[in-house]
Design a protein around this ligand. Structure first.
Ligand SMILES: [Zn+2]
Length: 66
């Protein structure tokens, strides 16, 4: 089981996307939205309210809006 590099959600087998960078680092994305946020919009998980990292940092029990 891997978790989404951006939002921190668990990714079920057979879903999501693995991205390998030129430097050998690997990123996992649960959805195209997460990939887009990280690569195209250059957002940081720490500054994006719906990610696990943000919640950890801000210690809020905000539920994921879907
Ligand atoms: Zn995600």
């Amino acid at each position: 089981m891997s978790t989404c590099t951006f939002c921190g959600s668990e990714i079920e087998k057979g879903t999501g996307k693995m991205f390998v960078y030129a430097n050998g680092k690997i990123a996992y994305f649960c959805s195209r939205g997460c990939e887009k946020n990280l690569h195209k919009l250059k957002r940081k998980p720490l500054k994006t309210p719906w990610t696990a990292e943000y919640r950890k940092e801000h210690k809020k029990g905000v539920k994921k809006a879907e």
